[in-house]
Design a protein. Structure first.
Length: 474
């Protein structure tokens, strides 16, 4: 029995080494592709500046849709940022999804809302509407008060009230940079017939100073959990998503900041109500629809436009968030499992979908069991130093290097944290994130998989502390 355990453990341990090396090599390839893509996309910066005065002629009109559920801590600053966007023609539609706190009262007080009857297309949502309002301060600000139906239903209702060409789905606990719409809309201007969706970069607002809806001083968070998430988000957005963008295989446009063709989304039935991860589910369904019809289309990720969001600061809230993300991932992939290695879906079916299954979905399981094998190996003293070093290099050091490379990439091209001390801190955090935080995150994701197979669909409460709160070290 002991010999069998030793043999099985060594076999799995060697498998995990090959697995981590392969995964991190994929990250490296995506990083190289990201650099090439960023260089190409940054050429549009001068194009945007030169065309600003003419944007009103050819830029599509935009509806900014902001679902809100119990967001009283951040709603005012977020909506202020939306009302000061540098864009020729847009409206902001806030959908109060049955909040139980003072979200609606905050909106009424801050923006002087008045009741007004409005046209509504109930094709995508028939949830009861309790009231519709328009701001006396900002005629392009509309607030819809509805019974609770979930985020997907709130977005569908927003689409029904929208009168613009495209819509931008945002989180109501987020702050957009002033030129965010100008940058994220570029793919729709470059190729209006084929572009269906474009997404932007999400950054962590914790610790930064936000006044009048603007991030006026970008600082790194002082608390441990948000600080780790800065590295996590940097790696995810500036490495993974830009790399897949090259092959038109972007499967996730963040629900916190994404631009969509209103007609295209209505054509496929809107957001799927009851979906755990409505943002990814919608994007995968877009890919499915247009690839099966063999119609040309684009889902684009644009690294330049930035949305700042409040990250969870407590273990309990972050655990619920990551659990839900993993359940959403599993839910979407299982609903579209027929795309796996299906030639009808081309590169998406042969590479992107398998990557998300074997790396994003099952990766936490592989990693946690590799730690179990490591403990068993040390306990029975059959794990030699050379094998352990290979595991450390492939599974830890290689990943840390990818995180550092993502940080360097972000600061070279976008410089959101321009101070030398901030840059050096990010490099140091890239090392720290791999020990403790990463393993904790893996365990939460495994719990998410277990909860998914048990049929759990609840989102869980996401408490907000609000912008500009003191950030004492933990």
């Amino acid at each position: 029995m002991k010999e069998w355990l030793i043999g099985a453990t060594l076999t799995y341990f060697k498998f995990s080494i090959y697995y981590f090396f392969t995964v991190n090599t994929i990250y490296f390839i995506l990083l190289v592709l990201a650099i090439l893509s960023i260089k190409k996309q940054l050429r549009t910066r001068q194009l945007i500046e030169s065309m600003k005065e003419r944007f009103s002629v050819f830029a599509p009109s935009i509806s900014v849709l902001a679902p809100a559920y119990n967001e009283e801590a951040t709603i005012s600053e977020s909506i202020k940022s939306f009302m000061m966007l540098d864009y020729p023609k847009y409206e902001v539609i806030v959908i109060n999804d049955g909040s139980k706190d003072q979200t609606l009262a905050k909106l009424k007080e801050t923006f002087m809302l008045e009741p007004e009857e409005m046209f509504y297309d109930d094709l995508l949502s028939k949830t009861k509407i309790r009231g519709t309002y328009r701001s006396k301060l900002h005629p392009n600000l509309i607030v819809i008060d509805k019974e609770n139906g979930g985020k997907a239903d709130a977005l569908n209702m927003g689409i029904g009230f929208s009168q613009m060409d495209v819509f931008c789905a945002v989180d109501s606990d987020s702050v957009l940079e002033s030129d965010a719409l100008l940058r994220i809309v570029v793919p729709f201007i470059e190729d209006p017939k084929r572009t269906i969706a474009s997404g932007g970069t999400i950054r962590i607002a914790n610790g930064s100073t936000i006044k009048h809806g603007r991030v006026i001083d970008a600082q790194l968070p002082e608390k441990y959990l948000p600080l780790m998430q800065v590295i996590e988000y940097t790696r995810a957005f500036l490495c993974g998503r830009i790399g897949w963008n090259v092959f038109n295989a972007t499967l996730v446009v963040s629900g916190a900041f994404g631009l969509f063709s209103r007609d295209a989304v209505k054509k496929i039935g809107g957001y799927l109500e009851g979906s755990i991860g409505e943002d990814m589910e919608l994007v995968v369904r877009i890919h499915r629809y247009y690839r099966l019809l063999k119609e040309p289309y684009r889902v684009v990720f644009v690294p330049d436009p930035v949305c700042w969001t409040e990250a969870p600061e407590t273990v309990s809230v972050l655990q619920r968030q990551r659990n839900r993300w993993q359940r959403g991932l599993a839910d979407t992939l299982m609903k579209n499992k027929d795309m796996f290695f299906n030639p009808k879906f081309g590169f998406l079916g042969f590479f992107a979908i398998p990557y998300y299954i074997f790396v994003e979905l099952l990766g936490p399981v592989v990693e946690v069991f590799s730690y179990v094998a490591l403990i068993v190996g040390f306990t029975f003293q059959f794990l030699d130093q050379e094998t352990f070093m290979l595991f450390f290099i492939a599974g830890v050091l290689y990943g840390v290097i990818m995180s550092i490379a993502s940080v360097i990439l972000g600061e070279v091209y976008f410089s959101k944290y321009p101070k030398v001390t901030q840059f050096l801190s990010l490099i140091g955090i890239s090392f720290i994130e791999a020990f403790g935080y990463r393993q904790m995150n893996m365990w939460w994701r495994i719990q998410g998989l277990i909860d998914y197979w048990q049929g759990k669909k609840a989102w869980g409460q996401m408490q907000r502390s609000g912008f500009n709160k003191p950030q004492p070290p933990q």
